[in-house]
Design a protein around this ligand. Structure first.
Ligand SMILES: Nc1nc2c(c(=O)[nH]1)N[C@H]1C(S)=C(S)[C@@H](COP(=O)(O)O)O[C@H]1N2
Ligand SMILES: [Mo]
Length: 538
């Protein structure tokens, strides 16, 4: 409960962390140094774990006391709360009395839990004990308004506050006898009650943790000032965008950009904690911080991203302006060994991706990207750092929340999707899509526009052809592009006659390859076939 409220108030105001920090401050320096040296990276988790163990012990003691007399339990909780509040508000970074809320909410939830458990174990709704103490514990009562204030913002807190009427039920039947109540203690009811309580507390803690992380990371993201690119993107030609209604704009807005990942909960990675480790078949393993990365020269590039799962005519494709450090430059710092052919990248949530070394090192704008369309990467799109490699499907190149790269070989390692039926390598297949008209459109006869986008990243689109009702292929007009790494708009005027018509499109890339008519599903390495749709003209 305290964590849940801390998630909303201020993650640093979670009392367990504050007590842990205060413990460090109050400990003699040699003890602190010893702990840091022996525990190293794990000093924080061990410390917090220690506080939690002490907490559990005290909670158990309070629980035992409460079975004798509930007031003892409430008194124990009160002392607990005072220690927690003191620790929180005396932290140097405390922002004031609001920081006491998480602790107070935790204590209030604890008090409520305690009386509920004791009543539950007593086997009947209300004993002399609980009825008497419901009014006698001013310490617990005093915290209730704080909990209620929090209840307004936290659904979890509302659940706790909402069940407070249960306490009133106890008052309503103040007729049990104290002795009988204690003798009738039901172990099973007590244990199941405790289990339920622990489950609810655990769920609230997880939720609070997640909300706290989200707030920390989104605050850090907003504060970021992005450096200027050393190599700016080529200006986008005015003629890159036909501005036809219904046609995908040349640049896809961040909020419209497709999102694909395996994350049930989007990783919240604090840029101040982020590092990128590069190891494996390298001469010098390195580990970069976010600040290290931003000190390197930044490249800006317009690159179209495509998902291998995109069906012919599908919308898992988008074009954005990325800002980042060239992967090749970072990898050269580590010194790639000659026989390495795969970069096995890992995300903060354990997804892996295998990218061919030669593609990343051949001079194209393969980036460790930090920004998308002029703002820090959206969290959903990989904040703080993701990979972008023109010419490869996302599943083999575009690792979001990237934290680790193992330089290795395709015959030694496998990335996430490979054992799941997808090809180890995934160069993007030349594709084209009709955006207007839409399949469901019913058109008026006469001159109308057929338009769409075509892509063959890092090769470029040379021609797009359209045919209606299996007639002659006609050349579409092509929009301009800043380079070969983006999609290309196309359009064609059509004199529509009444009736049903089938429209088809196919593209030819700059390598002279024309899309095959042969349909193939997305698995294992990308769909093929011509986007075909039928419209009704009246
Ligand atoms: N961490 C992580 N990165 C990932 C993925 C993932 O599941 N986890 N999916 C990849 C796939 S399949 C694609 S198509 C792109 C999509 O990037 P986007 O969500 O920014 O459009 O991210 C790639 N990067
Ligand atoms: Mo994908």
């Amino acid at each position: 409960m305290a964590l849940l409220v801390a998630g909303f108030v201020r993650p640093e105001a979670f009392p367990v962390l504050a007590v842990a920090d205060a413990t460090v401050d109050l400990s003699p320096q040699p003890v602190v140094d010893f702990a840091k040296e022996t525990l190293g990276f794990y000093d924080k988790p061990v410390l917090v774990g220690g506080v939690l163990v002490v907490l559990a012990g005290v909670a158990a003691a309070i629980g035992v006391l409460s079975t004798r007399r509930l007031a003892y339990g409430f008194a124990g909780l009160g002392v607990f709360g005072v220690v927690g509040v003191l620790a929180v508000v005396t932290r140097p970074d405390s922002t004031g009395v609001l920081d006491a809320l998480p602790t107070l909410a935790g204590v209030a939830a604890g008090a409520w839990m305690l009386s509920w458990l004791v009543r539950r174990a007593a086997g009947e709704p209300g004993t002399q004990t609980s009825a008497a103490t419901a009014h006698g514990t001013h310490a617990a009562d005093a915290t209730a308004p704080g909990a209620q204030a929090a209840a307004g913002t936290a659904p979890g807190a509302q659940a706790a506050a909402g069940s407070a009427p249960g306490a009133q039920a106890a008052d309503a039947t103040p007729h049990g006898t104290t002795a009988a109540g204690r003798d009738a203690f039901d172990r099973r009811r007590l244990l199941t009650g405790v289990a339920g309580g622990v489950a609810v507390a655990g769920a609230s803690a997880l939720l609070g943790w997640q909300i706290g992380d989200r707030r920390t990371v989104s605050a850090a993201r907003v504060r970021l000032a992005l450096p200027k690119p050393a190599t700016p993107a080529k200006p986008i030609p005015v003629a890159a965008d036909f501005r036809i209604s219904g046609l995908s704009p040349f640049i896809t807005k961040n909020q419209d950009f497709y999102r694909i990942d395996t994350a049930l909960i989007v990783p919240q990675v604090d840029p101040n904690q982020w590092t990128l480790r590069i190891h494996g078949m390298v001469d010098r393993p390195i580990e970069l911080t976010y600040a290290d990365l931003l000190k390197m020269p930044l490249t800006e590039a317009d690159v179209t991203l495509t998902c291998v799962s995109n069906e012919v005519g599908g919308d898992l494709v988008g074009n954005a302006r990325w800002l980042g450090v060239r992967m090749a430059q970072v990898l050269r710092q580590a010194g790639l060994q000659a026989n390495a052919d795969m970069l096995l990248s890992t995300s903060a949530d354990g997804f892996t991706c295998g990218t061919p070394v030669d593609v990343v090192m051949d001079g194209r704008d393969a980036l460790f990207a930090v920004a998308m369309n002029g703002e820090a990467l959206p969290v959903d799109h990989g904040f703080p750092v993701r990979q972008v490699v023109p010419g490869l499907y996302g599943y083999v190149s575009a690792t979001k929340w990237v934290v680790d790269i193992k330089v290795t070989r395709f015959d030694r390692d496998e990335a996430y999707w490979t054992p799941r039926g997808w090809s180890a390598k995934g160069p993007i297949k030349t594709q084209s899509r009709i955006d207007v008209p839409k399949p469901q459109d019913s058109l008026k006869s006469g001159r109308t526009t057929i338009a769409g986008v075509a892509w063959a990243q890092h090769t470029g689109i040379d021609a797009v052809e359209v045919r209606v009702d299996n007639g002659e292929w006609r050349q579409a007009r092509l929009a301009e592009v800043p380079g070969p790494d983006t999609w290309r708009q196309w359009s064609l005027d059509w004199d529509a006659t009444p009736g049903r018509h089938t429209i088809q499109v196919r593209a030819t890339d700059a390598a002279g390859h024309t899309q095959t008519e042969q349909p193939a599903p997305p698995a294992p390495d990308g769909a093929t076939g011509w986007h075909t749709l039928t419209v009704q003209v009246t």
